[in-house]
Ligand binder design. Structure first.
Ligand SMILES: Cc1cc2nc3c(=O)[nH]c(=O)nc-3n(C[C@H](O)[C@H](O)[C@H](O)COP(=O)(O)OP(=O)(O)OC[C@H]3O[C@@H](n4cnc5c(N)ncnc54)[C@H](O)[C@@H]3O)c2cc1C
Length: 464
């Protein structure tokens, strides 16, 4: 048998790479890992974690607005961005240390450098004249933000730079309407920055359930965010004190900062994939089978670089199943059914299973249950925000196909609903579950009447 430096060499120490390296090492495998930036990857360093901390920070504004109706008064309320971002960075540093120590404790050798493929068993460490051989190589290099190719694109920042800002702008234009755009729009708005969102399409959050998309767009507008759909950018021009964003329809907007949230692409450039004949997908992603194996037998890939479902828990599960398959003699294909997901906008959105549109494509008969109500915590402040809950049911089997929530704690509720959907729960199972009172979540279990589309207004009513 060939003698390799390692049984497994992992390129990229993010969510997927760290999990695969640790599990493999704990199973007795000799593991090395290379990371070109910071151990922890996107999620920990410049994604989920620092973003959610900023979300928490931004939500204090509405909490303070509502506080007087609960009897609290305060003087001299101030917000200080350097304090918030400084604390966020300290937490990121702490987690970076935790991830590093986890690898260390598992006995994984760490190389803080870029690594690329030399051949099917060899990686080259870019910052030193060194190659390392391994029986198996796992590529877990994640992705990076795409900056749209418009004149003035050099002026655009991405989500990465949002965590590096030393001061907040007075206003920001965010290009794109995916989840990262919605989250940063809500963060900046909550922190007092005037936010405009520009998007080429006709509604935010493509692929989410339409009731959530429409409900969130209406709420964000009510909260003061200028959401402009069907808006195409012509150019971004630097001007005194900020930027001017010119639109193709002739309009233009001034902003202190311009952010692109126009999608992400896999980190594959210069990795040596072409020379090895590793098959790639529509946007350069590494194509893998259900066990995360690429078209080259010794090379595997997990996480965003494979562009399957680009979420942290999915990268972690893919890594877990890769390690089980290769090093624990338990071939485990990744199961992508019923992945819960959230958008930490204001209001928050949580969803699991099929949207109404998707369900109608697959199933002949769909029942809908919807509830639109004011959460109890908004009653005393008289806040006019509504919470939306929606269940999509297969009318023939009574199975719950989708659960969609817009409003406070939607993510937490949907995480638990995901267990029920994963187990194949029916609407009858929801109905016989005792409600927990008083809570918002209880609405999910008390929706007795099928939702019927409003009847079209005809005859003399229509004219009235
Ligand atoms: C702003 C933002 C918010 C997000 N919020 C959420 C959320 O709320 N929930 C959620 O589930 N997901 C969220 N995500 C997505 C999530 O962060 C990713 O799906 C996840 O991090 C993917 O993990 P990964 O292991 O594939 O890659 P990553 O975590 O990106 O790790 C890849 C690592 O590889 C390193 N690397 C790249 N090339 C090389 C090389 N050649 N040599 C050495 N190292 C290399 C990179 O520096 C990086 O550290 C968010 C992403 C962003 C950008």
């Amino acid at each position: 048998m060939a003698d390799y430096d390692y049984d497994l060499f992992v390129i990229g120490a993010g969510s997927g790479g760290v999990r695969a390296a640790r599990l493999a090492a704990e199973l007795g495998v000799r593991v090395g890992i290379a990371e070109e930036y910071r151990i922890g990857g996107t999620c920990v360093i410049r994604g989920c974690v620092p973003k959610k901390l900023l979300v928490y920070g931004s939500r204090y504004r509405s909490a303070f607005e509502d506080a007087p109706s609960f009897g609290w008064t305060y003087d001299n309320l101030k917000f200080d961005w350097p304090t918030l971002i400084g604390n966020v960075r300290r937490e990121v540093d702490r987690l970076n240390g935790v991830y590093t120590r986890t690898l260390e404790a598992a006995g994984v050798d760490r190389f803080l450098t870029r690594a690329v493929l030399e051949d099917a068993h060899t990686v080259r460490l870019a910052d030193r004249d060194k190659t390392i051989t391994a029986k198996t190589i796992l590529i877990a290099t994640g992705g990076h933000p795409i900056i749209p190719d418009v004149p003035g694109k050099e002026h655009l920042i991405s989500s990465n730079e949002c965590f590096q800002l030393e001061a907040l702008p007075d206003s920001i234009v965010i290009i794109g309407a995916g989840y990262i755009s919605m989250e940063f729009a809500s963060i900046f708005n909550g922190l007092g920055v005037h936010v405009t969102v520009l998007y080429r399409g006709d509604q935010i959050l493509r692929d989410f359930d339409d009731d959530l998309r429409n409900g969130l767009a209406a709420s964000m507008r009510k909260h003061g965010i200028d959401l402009r759909m069907n808006a195409d950018i012509e150019a971004v021009v630097k001007e005194e004190g900020g930027y001017r964003i010119r639109l193709k329809d002739g309009d233009s907007i001034r902003a202190g900062l311009v952010m692109a949230a126009t999608g992400r692409a896999p980190n594959i450039a210069g990795m040596g994939l072409e020379a090895l004949g590793v098959e790639r997908g529509w946007n350069g992603n590494i194509v893998v089978d259900e066990y995360s194996k690429s078209s080259v037998d010794t090379i595997y890939a997990v996480g965003d670089v494979t562009d399957r479902v680009n979420l942290t828990p999915v990268a972690i599960r893919e890594a877990n199943d890769f390690a089980e398959t290769l090093f624990n003699n338990k071939p485990t294909p990744v199961d992508y059914d019923c992945i819960p997901t959230a958008v930490f906008s204001d209001p928050e959105l949580g969803t699991v299973g099929l949207s109404e549109v998707k369900a109608r494509e697959i199933y002949a008969n769909i029942d809908l249950y919807k509830s639109l109500f004011r959460p109890m915590k908004y009653t005393l402040p008289g806040r006019d925000d509504k919470m939306l809950m929606k269940l999509v049911i297969d009318a023939d089997t009574n199975k719950v196909l989708g659960c969609h929530i817009l409003g406070p704690d939607a993510a937490e509720i949907v995480q638990m609903a995901a267990i029920a959907l994963k187990m194949g729960a029916t609407k009858a199972d929801f109905d016989r579950t005792m409600a927990l009172h008083p809570s918002s979540a209880e609405e999910l279990f008390t929706m007795r009447h099928r939702w019927e589309p409003p009847k079209p207004i005809v005859g003399s009513d229509a004219a009235a």
